[in-house]
Design a protein around this ligand. Structure first.
Ligand code: SER
Length: 320
């Protein structure tokens, strides 16, 4: 029986992984933690929840012991654009948070999942069909913490036998909890704006291609990797996982299939554009497919339909 602890459980990824894991393993077997306590979420009522800073190792270890946790999903981190505005804070939260989680995993004998990102690549990385093992010289602080994090997780595996695993997520698109401070946030905001206003001002240029993934696939990637047979894993930290690659103009075109009058304008945010320009256009994810059976379900077309239907329903607007 798995007993899981999640850090950053009220964030974009955490809030949906938490729901999926509680459904799978039972509410009381999935312990949630987040630094924020001011968010209204059913998750805080449906099972154990603690408001703690993920850098508080003593408290984290105590919760792990009290709940007999065997697997940690360490999701607490600052995203790329916000990290670039405060690089020292990003280093502190992303690196010390991860080091703390790894130390708890080591002392309490837990497996550990933590996400890396397309941000772990940089301008000298091959941009198209970026290989699993390639140049990783990111130019953003977020990317620096992601590469260092991948290495640290592998180190804890080799040195201390911690069962650490991770994926390099693309931009994640979801409709339960909005992301905050990421370069790829636009690809979520655009759907809300389409439903609420029929127009969107995009912070990235029209032909900026980036990897993206719909949340149900992102949740399956994390759980699928953590349930994979360790003997089959040649890589660990972290696997490329791809689902779709598009630019804002293409996403707008798919939205127009449902909302014909939808319009998009561009006001480029230089911080986000510089980060996006340093990231790959599209990843190659053969290792994940072969080593643990990764297979995404959603395309830009099916995701767009589902996002718009869900937001229309949620925002109680007329059907599209
Ligand atoms: N979605 C993330 C960001 O934009 C990338 O991993 O920061």
């Amino acid at each position: 029986m798995k007993r899981i602890l999640i850090t950053g459980a009220l964030g974009q990824l955490g809030s949906e992984i938490a729901v999926a894991l509680r459904k799978r393993y039972g509410n009381t077997n999935v312990v949630l933690t987040d630094i924020r306590d001011d968010i209204n979420s059913d998750l805080k009522e449906s099972g154990p929840f603690y408001s703690i800073d993920c850098r508080n190792g003593e408290k984290l270890a105590e919760i792990v012991r009290n709940h007999d946790v065997d697997t940690i999903y360490h999701l607490a981190a600052l995203l790329s654009a916000v990290s670039e505005l405060n690089p020292q804070k990003a280093w502190d939260i992303n690196m010390n948070g991860l080091l703390t989680a790894l130390e708890v995993a080591r002392s309490e004998h837990c497996a550990l999942f933590t996400p890396s990102s397309i941000g772990a690549f940089g301008p000298t990385t091959p941009r198209d069909y970026t290989p699993q093992d390639t140049i990783q010289r990111p130019t953003s602080m977020y990317g620096v913490t992601k590469v260092a994090g991948e290495l640290l997780c592998d180190y804890y595996h080799h040195k201390y036998d911690v069962d650490s695993r991770g994926v390099r997520y693309p931009g994640i698109i979801s409709n339960l909890t909005q992301p905050g401070g990421g370069t790829t946030d636009y690809a979520v905001e655009i759907y809300y704006a389409a439903v609420e206003k029929g127009s969107y001002e995009c912070p990235l240029s029209d032909n900026t291609y980036l990897d993206m993934m719909y949340m149900p696939d992102a949740v399956n990637a994390a759980i699928g990797l953590m349930e994979a047979d360790p003997a089959a894993l040649r890589h660990r930290n972290a696997f490329n996982v791809g689902a779709m690659s598009f630019c804002p103009e293409e996403q707008a075109a798919y939205i127009r299939k449902h909302i014909p009058d939808f319009s998009i304008t561009y006001r480029v945010d230089p911080v986000k554009q510089a980060i996006a320009d340093s990231w790959p256009n599209i990843l190659e994810d053969y290792a994940a497919r072969v080593e643990w059976g990764w297979k995404p379900q959603y395309t830009l077309e099916t995701m767009t339909e589902d996002m718009l239907n869900t937001l229309q329903r949620r925002l109680k607007l007329s059907t599209i």
